[in-house]
Design a protein around this ligand. Structure first.
Ligand code: NI
Length: 424
């Protein structure tokens, strides 16, 4: 299958320059010049469009879109343990499939082409990715006390079973191990999961240093900060994604500047649950690798990476009282290339010959993007996400002229409404 995107502007080229992108199979086979032997099966008119790498949402819980706008304006502990968890426990796997589909729809519609997920229903996430063409790094959320804890061991076994299922599915999915947090996993369990990850060369994905309470409890219980605790457990010897990192000591900043460690910041969720602001500008100054995530639709309440980029740059400029931090360019890089590296995917987050063809087109003729001086500024500061017109994942068109190609939109709305009726 060969796709030519004609006369399109590339985000990284001079403002008025336009070119053609050639896609063969799942990758970009040429830019500007038609590759030899190119078979043209489909042409997309790129006039009035800007092409950029698809956005990468490095932290979410896709099935949780079913709880969007269900529990708002309540404190964190009440939100999680009294409102969200009881619903989670009552969901069937079919419900979870529709929750995953709804999230994937919202992400595709707003230009996200990959996400990192912590799931209770990994199989349904795999299925939703297979059906929609979406790409994901999936982690089964792991909660447990130690090797003798039956529930914890069962969840680990499930994680590996689902991985086998996922590998056989042909979907664009990879797997990592996802111990939920230091307050839901005992030390022995974390050690066990860490060992497994090292043994099998798997990545890790965990929530860390999200709340003041977690930070204080860790100091009290372990005599060190959450970051120091993971370092002590040997978790930074594996490729690891740390969601949040809002509460950090000066020493923590030093420990996080490690080539294996990727901090995933979630500005909307941290603000909405009143957990504060991650010091992202300082992290970047310290050489820490930072990617961006939305967290779930229950705590954000959107899975829109354009909105998230805007919140990231605005909050950092405001909190640091420094207009120079988190430029438009830096913010876009965090949401694309840094996300790709956090997923361990050299081939994503960039538009060049040989890259995997995960890319999006932006409709330049949108009132909020005019006049056209600086497209990067327009995308970081003015865009809503709904200017995205076309989305390709692995060379497959999943959104064309704002229409879903792989998803039956009405069916998803219907199913999700049926599920929500049970909780009204
Ligand atoms: Ni989360």
């Amino acid at each position: 299958m060969g796709i030519q995107i004609k006369n399109v502007h590339l985000l990284d080229s001079p403002e008025n320059e336009r070119t053609d992108i050639y896609i063969t199979g799942d990758h970009i086979s040429g830019i500007g010049k038609e590759p030899r032997g190119f078979s043209k099966d489909e042409v997309i008119d790129g006039s009035g469009r800007t092409a950029m790498p698809g956005l990468i949402n490095c932290h979410t819980h896709a099935y949780m879109s079913l709880m969007r706008n269900y529990a708002d304006d309540v404190p964190f502990a009440e939100w999680l343990f009294e409102r969200i968890t009881p619903i989670e426990d009552s969901l069937s796997s079919e419900d979870a499939y529709w929750g995953n589909m709804l999230s994937i729809m919202e992400m595709i519609r707003t230009g996200t082409t990959s996400f990192v997920d912590m799931q209770m229903f990994p199989r349904m996430c795999v299925k939703a990715c297979a059906d929609s063409g979406m790409r994901a790094l999936i982690t089964r959320g792991l909660v447990g006390e130690g090797p003798g804890d039956e529930g914890g061991i069962r969840r680990l076994r499930e994680a590996f079973d689902e991985m086998e299922y996922g590998k056989a599915s042909g979907a664009n999915v990879e797997f990592a191990l996802g111990p939920h947090a230091i307050y839901t996993c005992g030390e022995a369990y974390l050690r066990h999961v860490t060992e497994l990850a090292r043994e099998k060369g798997m990545k890790l994905n965990i929530h860390l240093a999200e709340t003041e309470k977690e930070y204080r409890d860790c100091l009290e219980e372990h005599g060190c900060t959450p970051v120091e605790y993971l370092e002590r457990l040997g978790m930074f010897k594996s490729h690891i994604l740390l969601a949040h990192c809002v509460r950090l000591s000066d020493h923590d900043f030093e420990l996080l500047a490690n080539p294996n460690v990727f901090v995933v910041t979630n500005p909307a969720s941290n603000m909405k649950l009143a957990n504060g602001f991650a010091q992202v500008a300082k992290m970047l100054e310290c050489g820490i690798q930072v990617a961006l995530g939305t967290d779930s639709a229950a705590s954000n309440n959107a899975l829109n990476m354009f909105r998230e980029m805007n919140l990231l740059t605005m909050t950092q400029k405001g909190a640091r009282e420094d207009a120079l931090v988190l430029s438009a360019e830096e913010t876009l890089k965090i949401a694309t290339r840094n996300g790709a590296l956090a997923m361990g995917r050299e081939d994503l987050g960039t538009l060049k010959t040989g890259s995997t063809a995960d890319l999006i087109l932006i409709d330049e003729k949108s009132p909020n993007l005019m006049p056209r001086y600086n497209m990067k500024a327009a995308l970081a500061y003015s865009a809503s996400g709904y200017e995205v017109s076309d989305v390709l994942i692995g060379g497959r068109i999943v959104l064309r002229d704002r229409n879903f190609i792989t998803i039956d939109e009405e069916q998803v709305y219907y199913q999700v409404s049926q599920i929500a009726d049970r909780y009204k």
